[in-house]
Each structure stands twice: as structure tokens, then as C-alpha cells.
Design a protein around this ligand. Structure first.
Ligand code: PFF
Length: 453
């Protein structure tokens, strides 16, 4: 794959493995390792996990497949594909919403990615050596409040994202990601083993795997839905954009299942690495945004070779964040280049500057701007909640309605079966989910938690 999204000629992924890597690269990122544990921790653990699985299976995979269908059939960006498939109709507004969500996510994503880079440097400097859980938590609290450093790292991350998109080294990045991501998995496994063998870790496993449904309310359901969509990169057109680069003979159903499975396994591994340690070190699972940054350095302290593990882990996490952030920026850039005919370089720089600017406010919302709040949310929280829990599910809802109800059934069948060259035994079931189950379930969770129904 070269020059993704260039408007002279439409490039495509050249192998199935390439697509899986790109889509999994988009899906696997901070959402699995930073966001999943903190949201699960705030939402009560076990019951959240079960609901999350249910949502991935019943809603996530169908929405992902729908995005691929729209993108590959439309052969354009998130907005243009709707225009192509539903000319003269307002469906393209789903794409507009996706572009807005992409901006918001890129802004707060870069804050956390910036923190991750800071932890790479701190790991090199051995800053956590000899510190106990209390001091590590304090270290994080005082870093997060600062003005200059977190903003600097955030902007550096944004610049890296922009640079990858314009310099066309994306192909290279994917090549590296293919090799490096298995290492991330390996590291997580090792960390999980260390975590569960810590004294007092059992409560963490119980917290994660023993469901207690008494604490489940509509806000937990919405949190699980938002997390499922965020983690799978669905609901805003990232996978419509990637879908438009998938070749006609690739099996969209299989790709959706494989990517979702890989993404879910990594989230669980992160959970098993984090929660036993949280309990072993007497920390609070309900800690919020900073959970991994206060927990992980403690695990590394307790590992032979922890100094190197810590460096390697935070570097790999930064790379995982980059393979996700490029897919977010790509949504905006593909739109600007294909629809507004901007040059790729100019479009990328403009989008990067705009998202970086908003990102500064997110980053400062833990310090200088911490008093700017709406209810319980600071600026970061407002953007995270609005994009992940509202815009992505709403986008997903409209996407399944589009494929389930608006598109002709024969067109959908044609697309998922690659013109009847693949047997689709489950097609009727998939259609039933797309038409009835997914839209109704998403609508109930979304509108119930908003108090609309
Ligand atoms: N799925 C990514 C993660 O888990 O880190 C984040 C993300 C990427 C969200 C692309 C949305 C998106 F369109």
C-alpha cells in the first residue's frame, strides 16, 4: 500500500495481512491499554467486562463490517462514500459527524500519548527506582498538573502523527508495527504474569472476572458501549476510510471478526496486568484517567529487568498509539483531499494544527484549566465523553441503519460475499442483526442513558 488516500489514483492494501495489520493497528492502541482498564475500574469490573464482550460481539463486529462495506462500495472517504452511495440524501452528515469526532478524539488522544512519551523518558532516567506506590502516584499527580512538559510531549506526538501521514512512511510504519505489536503482546503477558503472582493480587482477578450486576446502571451500559466503539475504532468512519482501500477479493466478515478478536484479547491482557497489581499495591481501581500511569511503574519495580521492561513497554505503547492516531487523522485528511481537493501535505498540516490546538486545552485541563468543568467533567472529560460515548455510538447506529435499511440487500450481499464468490451461510443472521438487533440495542443504551427514553 502506498500513498493512502491520494486523489490521483486510489491505492489499496496489497495483502490480506496488510489490511489486518492496518485495521488492527488502528484498533489496538491506548484504548486497550490506557482506556479499557480505567473505564472498567470506574464501572465496577466484572459485570462491565461481560457487557463489554456482549457489545463487541453483537454490535461491534456488525458495525465494523458495515463500515468496511460502505467504504469498499463507496470507494471514497467517510463523507464521500455516503455521497456516492446515497446521492442527494443527507446521509453524508454521518461522515460530517465522524470528522468532528475524529478531531475531538485526536485532541485528547494526543494528551495521553504525550504522557506515554514522558514515561518513556522517565523510564530511561530510572525515575521510578526505589519509589513506592504512594510516591509513584504523587509523581504522576505533579507531572499531570504541569503546563509546559505535558503540552510539549502532546505536540511532539501530534507532529509525529502528521509527519507519518505526509511523508508517506506509513507503509514503513505498518511494516514495523507488524513486527513490534507481537512484542507488545508478549510484554503484556509477562506483566500479567508478574501482576497475578504479586501478593494480594487475587482480589484484582475477582474484581475483573467476578460479575456483580448490582452496580450496573444505564451509565455502565453506556460506558461499555462507548469503550467497545472507541477500542474497535468504529462509529466515525476510520474503517470506512480503510475499507475503501481494501481489495475486492478480501473477505470483509472474516477481517472484522479477526480484528475484533485481537483487540479484545489485548484489552483483557491489559486488564489482567493492571487489576491484580492495583489490589496488591493497595491502589484504587476507580482512580480514573491516570490509572496505568500510577500502577504500571509499580509492576516494573517488582520485575527482574524492570528498568528495561519499562522503557520497552512505554516505547511500544507509543508506537501502538501512533498506528491508531494515524488512522484518526487519515479520516480528516482523506476528506480534505478527496472532497475539498486540498493537497495532502497542506491538509495534513492544517488538520494537525487544529487538533493540536484543541489538544492543548485537553492537556491543560488537569492543571491550569482544571476549574473549567461541566458537571464532573474537565475539558478532557467533556471531549472524551462526547466523542466516545455519544458521537461514536450515534455514528454506529446510523451506519448499521444505512447498511441494514437504506442499502439494497442484494448490494450488501454482493459486497460481503465478493459477488457470490464466498459462501455466506450466516448472511441472513448478519442481516437480521444489522436490521433489528444492533440498531435497537444501540438506541436503547444511548437514549436511555441520556434520559431520552
Ligand atoms: N481504537 C483506538 C484505540 O483503541 O486506541 C482509538 C481510535 C482509533 C478510536 C481510531 C477511533 C478511531 F476512529
Amino acid at each position: 500500500m502506498t500513498k493512502l488516500g491520494s486523489n490521483e489514483s486510489r491505492d489499496c492494501f496489497t495483502s490480506k495481512f496488510g489490511i489486518i495489520c492496518a485495521a488492527a493497528g488502528s484498533a489496538i492502541g491506548l484504548g486497550n491499554i490506557w482506556r479499557f482498564p480505567y473505564v472498567a475500574g470506574e464501572s465496577g469490573g466484572g459485570a462491565f467486562l461481560l457487557i463489554y464482550f456482549g457489545f463487541i460481539l453483537l454490535l461491534g463486529i456488525p458495525v465494523m463490517m458495515s463500515e468496511f462495506i460502505i467504504g469498499r462500495r463507496g470507494q471514497r472517504n467517510a463523507l464521500g462514500s455516503f455521497k456516492q452511495l446515497a446521492p442527494g440524501k443527507p446521509w453524508y452528515l454521518v461522515g460530517v459527524m465522524g470528522i468532528i469526532a475524529a478531531f475531538m478524539i485526536l485532541a485528547f488522544y494526543s494528551t495521553i500519548a504525550g504522557w506515554t512519551i514522558h514515561y518513556v523518558i522517565q523510564s530511561f532516567a530510572n525515575s521510578f527506582a526505589g519509589k513506592g506506590p504512594g510516591e509513584i502516584a504523587e509523581f504522576f499527580a505533579s507531572f499531570q498538573k504541569q503546563t509546559f512538559l505535558p503540552v510539549m510531549w502532546q505536540l511532539i506526538f501530534m507532529a509525529m502523527t502528521v509527519w507519518i501521514i505526509i511523508s508517506g512512511v506509513k507503509k514503513g510504519i505498518e511494516k514495523y508495527a507488524k513486527v513490534l505489536m507481537p512484542f507488545l503482546v508478549l510484554m503484556l503477558i509477562i506483566m500479567a504474569v508478574r501482576s497475578v503472582t504479586l501478593e494480594g493480587s487475587k482480589d484484582g482477578l475477582l474484581f475483573l472476572f467476578k460479575p456483580d450486576f448490582s452496580a450496573v446502571d444505564s451509565s455502565v451500559l453506556l460506558a461499555a458501549l462507548g469503550q467497545a466503539f472507541f477500542s474497535l475504532s468504529i462509529g466515525m468512519g476510520a474503517l470506512i476510510t480503510y475499507g475503501s482501500y481494501i481489495q475486492k477479493h478480501n473477505n470483509l466478515g472474516n477481517i472484522s471478526v479477526e480484528v475484533s478478536l485481537a483487540d479484545t484479547i489485548i484489552a483483557i491482557l491489559a486488564g489482567v496486568a493492571i487489576f491484580p497489581a492495583v489490589f496488591a499495591f493497595g491502589l484504587d481501581p476507580d482512580e480514573g484517567f491516570g490509572l496505568i500511569f500510577t500502577v504500571l511503574p509499580n509492576i516494573f519495580q517488582q520485575m527482574p529487568g524492570g528498568y528495561f521492561f519499562s522503557i520497552i513497554f512505554f516505547i511500544l505503547l507509543t508506537i501502538a498509539a501512533l498506528t491508531s492516531s494515524i488512522s484518526i487523522l487519515e479520516v480528516v485528511v482523506a476528506y480534505l483531499t478527496e472532497e475539498l481537493k486540498l493537497k495532502r501535505r497542506k491538509a495534513t498540516i492544517m488538520a494537525g494544527i487544529a487538533a493540536g490546538f484543541v489538544g492543548i486545552f485537553c492537556t491543560l485541563s488537569f492543571g491550569l484549566l482544571k476549574d473549567v468543568t461541566l458537571g464532573n467533567f474537565n475539558i478532557f472529560g467533556i471531549l472524551d465523553f462526547t466523542a466516545s460515548n455519544l458521537l461514536l455510538p450515534l455514528g454506529g447506529l446510523l451506519i448499521v441503519i444505512f447498511v441494514g435499511w437504506y442499502m439494497k440487500k442484494s448490494d450488501v450481499k454482493d459486497e460481503v460475499s465478493n459477488k457470490a464468490t464466498i459462501k455466506m451461510r450466516l448472511f441472513d443472521l448478519v442481516m437480521f442483526i444489522l436490521k433489528f438487533i444492533a440498531p435497537v440495542a444501540i438506541a436503547i443504551v444511548l437514549f436511555d442513558s441520556l434520559g431520552v427514553i
